[in-house]
Design a protein around this ligand. Sequence first.
Ligand code: UD1
Length: 434
Amino acid sequence: MTEKLIIHGGKALRGEVEISGAKNSVLKLMAACLLTGDSIELRNVPHLSDVVVMTQVLKHLGCDVDQQDDDRVYIQARNITSVEAPYDLVRKMRASFDVLGSLLGRFGEARVALPGGCSIGKRSVDLHVKGLIALGAEVEINHGYVEAKAAKLIGAEILLDTPSVGATENIMLAATMAEGSTIISNAAQEPEIVDLANFLNAMGADISGAGTNELLINGVKPSAMHGTTYTVMPDRIEAATYMMAGVGTRGDVTVNNVLPVHLSSLTHKLQEMGADIEMPTPNTMRIRCNQRLQAQNIVTQPFPGFPTDLQAPFMALLSIADGVSIVKETIYENRFKQVGELKRMGADIAVERDVAVVTGVPHLSGAEVNAHDLRAGAAMVIAGVQAEGTTQVYDLYHLDRGYEHIVEKMQSIGADIQRVPDTSERSTVPEDAV
Ligand code: UD1
C-alpha cells in the first residue's frame, strides 16, 4: 500500500530536531567497505530506503551487512562472490554506481550497470570512465553495463572537466590501492568528499587535499587496508530542510548535530532575507523569523556555492517572499519539477530554460501535489507547512530515499502532518534520482 502525507499548514514551527547521518555520504562509505575484508562499523547511519538499496547491492556482491535498529551498520566484504552490480539494483539508485571504483580497485574487475535514464537530467558517467581509464583500466560499455578490468592500476594525473562528486569518489576509491600517486584536479570539494577521504584514511589509505580542488591519493598496499569504526557526517541537506521549514512558517527551529560550516551558502541567503541565525553550540543552529522573508536570487554551484539539492526547497520559501527572486540552476538540465506543483498551490513562477522567476505571493493555499523527486518532495513539505489549508503530498517513496522519520521530526516541531494510506491508483515505480 502506498502512502501520502496530509499537512494542515499555516502554523509557526517551533522546537528542536536531531539531524541524521548524511545520505550522500553513507552510501559512498558503504561502497568503500569493499576495499577491505575486515569488518567495518559505521555509526550515525540513517534508516533510509537508499541505504536499504546499497545494502542489497553489497549483499548481492557477497558482503555481510547487518543494520542494527539503532544507528549502527556492520559491513564485511570478506567473501565476495560476484563483481557484478545488476541493473535492477543500480537503476533504483545512482549512488550504487560507486561500487565500480571499489570493485576495480580491490579485485581488478567490475561489471556495473549504467544508472540509466534519470528524471533530473542527463547525468552521464563519462568522467567516471575517463578517470578509470587514466588509472590503466580497460573499460568497455556492453549491453548497458560498464565492464572494467585492470591487471594493476597505476596512479595518474586526472583533470576533471567538471567537479563531479560521483566521479571524484569513484576515482578515489579505485586509486586508493593503485601503484603510485594519483592527483585529481578540479575535484569536487563537497563535505561528503571529505567524509569519504577521512573514512578511507581511517581504513589505512593515504589521501590528502580533500575539501580543496586537488586531491592527492598515494596508493597503499592492500595489506595496509583494515577495518575501522567511523561516524557518518551530519546530513546538511536534511538540516537545511528543517531550517527552511522553520523560517518559512515564521517559527523558531533549532537543528542539532550539524556542522554549520557546511551550510554557509544557505545561511548567508537566509540572513539576507531577514532570518536571525545563532549557533548556541558548535553543532547547533537556531533559526528564527517573525516577518515576511525578502526575495533573494540564487545560482546553484558546486560546493561551497549554493547546493542544487536545496534549489527546490528554497523555491518554496521564495514563493511567499516579498518581491521577485531569480533562481538559476546550473548543475542539472531538468531540475524544476517542483514548479508545476508550487503553482498548483498558488505560486507565481515563470521558467525559461535554466532560470525561474519567482514573484512572491502573500500566501500559498493547500492542494494535492506530487513529490516528483527527492528534493522536489522536500519542497512540497515546506510549501505544505507554509500554506493555508490542507496539502496532500503523493509519491512518498522519493522522500523516503533521503529523509529519516520526516513525519515524526516535523511533528516534533509542531507541524500538523500525518502519513496515511494512499488509496488512489498511482504509479509506484521509483525513478532513478538523486
Ligand atoms: C551527487 C549527489 C546529488 C547532488 C550532486 C551535485 C549523491 C548520491 N548525490 O550526485 O545529490 O545533486 O552530487 O551536488 O551524492 N556529470 C557528467 N559526467 C559525469 C558525471 C557527472 O557530465 O561523468 C554531470 C552530471 O550530469 C551533472 C553534474 O555533472 O550535470 C553534477 O553531477 P555529479 O556531481 O556527478 O553528481 P552526482 O555525484 O551524481
